[in-house]
Design a protein around this ligand. Structure first.
Ligand SMILES: NC(=O)c1ccc[n+]([C@@H]2O[C@H](COP(=O)([O-])OP(=O)(O)OC[C@H]3O[C@@H](n4cnc5c(N)ncnc54)[C@H](O)[C@@H]3O)[C@@H](O)[C@H]2O)c1
Length: 437
């Protein structure tokens, strides 16, 4: 056993601030409340249902993760956020059509009590949306100030001792890193000068980091994945994580691709298409927002399969991703994958996947885990990019010197080893020769 890292105890309530209170945010909030009332189970959440093996297999030490590290309890969570529409969370969840009206009816009073604050929003960055519940400021620096005041008001009104922010807002148009994102000084000038490459999601992130609030990015937007904001996170000792919740089709990809590679089965092509009818689907119907999502979804296979190391198996495979907005499906997306693989002597084979999933049902437990793990990271003095939370993201943020790790199983091992490291437990290598000596 090594030395455990000192971790502050999670005393008091934990505020969860969500820019973007749509399907994912309300499914998360309603879900946590249902769990607290004992009318639902937190299925899909590692912090609530996961265990962690410690030491040798013969020791049989397998505590739950929440016994092993000092996490805030779901009982302690208090919710707030921003949206471009003033509807309360009950109305949003009813319109979203993810959770059954009967369940929402039981939670009605609680959900009606949560109303979004007016958003920082600009149609330029999300073409398919428009709203009236929006802040007006002389420049982007003033909007930052307004968000900081919102968070302070929320802190005072709820009496929370700590806060975490998770972006659950829409996918913005594709932005590439530019000069204004390279240093904190440039970024702060850009806020004053209303630089067009500073999107609303970055304004929220900057406000959070300035206030010492951990920030996770659930969308593929650039947001905190730029040197200026990574620098600010380090300066303020705040943990950050992103980008883009790994839920449906990409989750499947990062489960299957490592298996194909493990068996050295070649890949000729992977065609993925989706039909989706929720508001996220409508936003992604705009080519500029889709481009941001497409980039996020495409990079996964390259990194897992490593064509540079296995050119015979993985060079030049065709990878196509489509999202089709199809309203009748609502949040119940259908994702098809056709995978053309190659075996012994070059013989072709095919795999077909038809995943009838529920987008927000898959995303909600990820939001819960990210809230609890980021709060843990902050109390453990961890700052900047939290690569161990890659497990939750389609485009994991990582140091500029390394490539992102996409393989779900490596990500899980990284996450659990980080928890072992925090508690001074031995890393698990799976070597196991000692059992046979
Ligand atoms: N499985 C999933 O559901 C999943 C997976 C990966 C990523 N995501 C991403 O998570 C985000 C949320 O997904 P959703 O299904 O809840 O979408 P949604 O459209 O239901 O909710 C997004 C909300 O954000 C609001 N919004 C947009 N810009 C805003 C701004 N600047 N400030 C405040 N609010 C703003 C919108 O009005 C909307 O209510 C999307 O970006 C989506 O791409 C979702």
């Amino acid at each position: 056993m090594g030395n455990a890292i000192p971790i502050e105890e999670p005393r008091g309530k934990l505020g969860v601030l969500l820019p973007g209170m749509g399907a994912v945010a309300t499914t998360f909030i309603a879900g946590v409340e249902a769990v607290r009332r004992g009318i639902g189970r937190p299925i899909g959440s590692l912090t609530q249902m996961g265990t962690i093996r410690l030491g040798k297999r013969t020791e049989k030490r397998v505590p739950t993760i929440r016994e092993f590290v000092p996490l805030a309890s779901p009982e302690e969570l208090v919710f707030g956020g921003w949206d471009i529409r003033p509807d309360n969370c009950y109305e949003i969840a009813m319109n979203g059509g993810v959770l059954e009206p009967a369940l929402l009816g039981q939670l009605r009073g609680f959900l009606e009590g949560i109303r979004p604050m007016p958003a920082v929003f600009d149609r330029h960055y999300v073409k398919r949306l428009d709203g009236t519940h929006v802040k007006r400021g002389a420049n982007k620096a003033e909007l930052v100030q307004m968000l900081i005041e919102d968070t302070e008001r929320f802190r005072a009104a709820t009496g929370v001792s700590r806060l975490v922010m998770v972006w659950c807002g829409s996918t913005e148009i594709f932005l590439e890193p530019q000069e204004v994102h390279q240093t904190l000084e440039n970024f702060e000038c850009g806020l004053q000068e209303n630089h067009p490459a500073i999107a609303p999601s970055m304004i929220y992130a900057y406000a959070a980091l300035r206030s010492g609030i951990p920030y996770a990015n659930g969308a593929p937007n650039l947001t905190v994945d730029v040197p200026a904001l990574v620098e600010l996170a380090r300066q303020k000792s705040v943990p950050i994580a992103g980008k883009d919740f790994k839920t449906g089709q990409t989750l499947m990809k990062t489960i299957i691709a490592p298996g194909l590679k493990a068996r050295l089965l070649g890949l000729a092509g992977w065609f993925s298409t989706n039909i989706l009818g929720n508001r996220d689907g409508e936003v992604l119907d705009d080519p500029e927002s889709f481009k941001t999502k497409e980039e996020s979804k495409l990079s996964v296979l390259e990194h897992i399969l490593q064509p540079d190391l296995y050119p015979e198996l993985y060079r030049d495979f065709h990878h196509v991703v489509r999202i089709n907005y199809y309203p009748p499906r609502g949040d119940n997306k259908e994702g098809w994958d056709n995978i053309d693989i190659v075996g012994w002597l070059g013989y072709p084979m095919q795999i077909k996947i038809d995943f009838l999933c529920r987008d927000s049902i898959l995303a909600a437990p990820l939001v819960l885990d990210l809230v609890l793990f980021l709060d843990l990271a902050k109390r453990a003095g961890m700052r900047g990019i939290q690569e161990w939370l890659s497990f939750y993201f389609k485009s994991p943020m990582c140091a500029p010197t390394v490539y992102p790790e996409h393989d779900l199983f490596i990500q899980l091992m990284k996450l659990k080893n980080t928890l072992r490291h925090l508690r001074g437990e031995e890393m698990i290598t799976h070597l196991g020769l000692e059992y046979y000596d």
